[in-house]
Design a protein around this ligand. Sequence first.
Ligand SMILES: Nc1ncnc2c1ncn2[C@@H]1O[C@H](COP(=O)(O)OP(=O)(O)OP(=O)(O)O)[C@@H](O)[C@H]1O
Length: 214
Amino acid sequence: MKFELDNVELYFGQKQVLYSIYFKAETGKITGLLGPNGSGKSSLMRVFFGNLNCHNKLVRINDQGTLKPLYKKHRVKLLPQHDFLPNNINFKKIFNFFEVEWSYFVQTFPSFEKYSSEKIGKLSGGEKRLISVWLILKSPAELVLLDEPFTHLSPLYIEIIKKEMTAEKENKGIVISDHMYHDIVEISDDLYFLKNGNIKKIADKEALKGLGYC
Ligand SMILES: Nc1ncnc2c1ncn2[C@@H]1O[C@H](COP(=O)(O)OP(=O)(O)OP(=O)(O)O)[C@@H](O)[C@H]1O
């Protein structure tokens, strides 16, 4: 499947944040979105997802325009930067809700087995972030938008998540934004760079240096 976002113009009050943005995500690809703090990466993801209104945008799925927000029409999931999991729900319930297999998760992260009948509130901040990333990444969606999935994760967890992303892209489009640019560059098939409200498709890490990002 191909998901395209075109002609995005976003303002907050008088301030224009995004100018004529084009962005594409596809099944079989990890699409990386890089850019300095405040350049509009989270806003762009929310516009794509459909829960942030903007002055202008076109969304196309497999070349067909659609007016309905993606989250209402298709199985699209967004991992926001903030914590969204309720503390008082237990693990099994939350995995069932997201239609994600608990057994494969504990096989991958055996130290979580002890939590199987516990509530989410028992976790540390980093553990909770890991669960959030896993639930969105592994959910049966056609497109997942991951806003800073590596933040608060240990290096070991980041390596495992990167491997799982590469496996999951066979079934879904994956968009990922993070400041851990080494990781993003390593796993992305396509890369976009956002700065001063303008977006540019970039070839590799060398191009990022040329743009003054690293
Ligand atoms: N609800 C809002 N109201 C007003 N301004 C906003 C709002 N949300 C974001 N902004 C502004 O829009 C710009 C882009 O913010 P956004 O969070 O999309 O950037 P970002 O690239 O994701 O930043 P970071 O990497 O720091 O998370 C910033 O200048 C921010 O202050």
